[in-house]
Design a protein around this ligand. Structure first.
Ligand code: CDP
Length: 209
């Protein structure tokens, strides 16, 4: 068992998933996309007709659903991979993610998933370095201009990306913020390889000391 963690946080479209996946692949580590977990719970609520504003009902749903993120995202055995980035989910996910009961269940699961790996894990989200793994081996905060982030998010559009950023950064429970000591990388105009290289270099300099 290895409990080495690289925690990558940042706003929508900052490059977290792409960078985290590539870093995990280079290191031979596991990869966990925590945004997919919040999106999957949101898909299930919309499909069951649960009111996403009902904190107790959503907390109960988050506590009891069966979730998997790899190789495809499933919730209660249903493959929701192709629904994760649809407009209804983009609209509701930040409401679901602001619910402390939902977060509690997701954070518990995230720690269990990483704890069960035989390798290190690259985990990406909004609160990974601040709340989920405050003792991570390496903490990374990715940013990029709103224009570039919206371009990367394609169909979602700049207004929706900006609205999610605002909701995620201003919520009371586990808002998106830079962790103390995080390596901050602005990915605007940067190639994926450059960013991945920087993360791996930083990990090596930490672990060789
Ligand atoms: O890929 P993108 O950055 O656009 O979003 P995502 O990582 O799939 O996350 C979707 C939403 O889930 C975010 O807008 C947050 O509201 C929420 N989230 C969160 O609150 N905490 C996390 N650790 C990950 C995602």
């Amino acid at each position: 068992m290895s409990h080495e963690i690289i925690a990558i946080d940042g706003p929508a479209g900052s490059g977290k998933s792409t960078v985290a996946k590539a870093v995990a692949e280079q290191l031979g580590w596991a990869f966990l996309d925590t945004g997919a977990m919040y999106r999957a719970v949101t898909c299930e609520a919309l499909s069951q007709g649960v009111d996403v504003h009902d904190q107790r009902a959503m907390g109960e749903l988050a506590r009891t659903v069966t979730l998997a993120t790899l190789p495809r995202v499933t919730v209660n055995g249903r493959d929701v991979q192709d629904e994760l980035r649809t407009e209804p989910v983009n609209l509701a996910v930040s409401i679901v993610a602001a619910n402390p009961l939902v977060r509690e269940s997701m954070v518990t699961r995230q720690r269990e998933i990483a704890g069960a790996q035989s390798t290190g894990t690259v985990v990406e989200g909004r609160d990974i370095a601040t709340v989920v793994f405050p003792h991570a081996t390496l903490k990374v905060f990715l940013t990029a201009s709103l224009e570039e982030r919206s371009r990367r998010r394609g169909e979602e559009g700049v207004d929706s990306v900006a609205r999610r950023d605002e909701a995620d950064s201003t919520r009371t429970t586990s808002p998106l913020r830079q962790a103390d000591g995080a390596l901050v990388l602005d990915t605007t105009g940067q190639s994926i390889d450059d960013v991945v290289g920087e993360v791996i270099r930083c990990l090596k300099s930490i672990t060789s000391n």
